[in-house]
Design a protein around this ligand. Sequence first.
Ligand code: NAD
Length: 267
Amino acid sequence: IGLKRMGMKKLENKVIVITGAAMGLGLAAAQEAAKQGAQLSLVDYNEKALGEAKQAVLQEYPDAKVITVTADVSKEEEVRKYVDETVKAFNRIDGFYNNAGIEGKQALMTEYDVAVFRKVIDINLMGVFYGMRYIIPIMQKQQYGRIVNVASVGGIRGVLNQTPYVASKHAVSGMTKNAALEFGRYGVITNAIAPGAILTPMVAEAFRQVNPDDPKAAETEYAKANPTKRLGLPEEVAKVVIFLLSEDASYVNGQTIAIDGGESNTY
Ligand code: NAD
């Protein structure tokens, strides 16, 4: 029994929707979910990268069932499209990794470009809301569901020069609490993660903005403040996400879980 248990996959036959799946945290979670037996609906607005992501998953896990839907999560009708196409393909949605997000530009609040501010809110806040708005009713009917929203340590504290990002990520944490209290009674469990600096294309771009001449120096400087003295890896986030998307996460609800090497304890 012990060996059999060890071999059990954590998401066997579960249908999992992942937004922002083309790269970074979304792609790492797609790989780990496929490894754990999930059937995947991968969503992104970067069609080309999304196609490549699907191929990358199938290359490692040829038996995985994977569909892709090109959609912009900040557009309500495109969110309905990815939800409808997923249900058409798989008949249910067991898990939702509500991950797509952008950072915006770095600037003080008083100099922040208003159009960029709105764009960050449209994607990070409205996109996360639309996803829950249309997926929770399906989970409610099933009397089962797991939602993992992606906040950030910027959803727990302030981050210099990133007002809309911080505003949107605090909102993600707040909406997570509300979904948890409104739908927990239907077996729909909702949590958020708050990654620290994880080495993805998004963070690489942030280091380029901080130090255009030597982004690696910016990264090294940043890592000094972390108890582990390093940045996190997408795979390390994916392992926590898989737990929160699994049946095992049945009594953790409405939490925002920091995945940051302990850095939030040093603030
Ligand atoms: P990334 O830029 O590497 O990947 C994000 C993916 O989301 C891309 O494939 C992009 O095309 C897609 N995307 C962006 N806007 C979209 C939209 N409107 N519709 C559909 N797809 C869209 O970023 P990442 O680092 O993997 O970040 C993923 C999530 O994690 C984001 O919500 C981000 O805020 C959050 N986060 C990341 C870190 C980190 O250190 N990398 C830390 C905290 C939080």
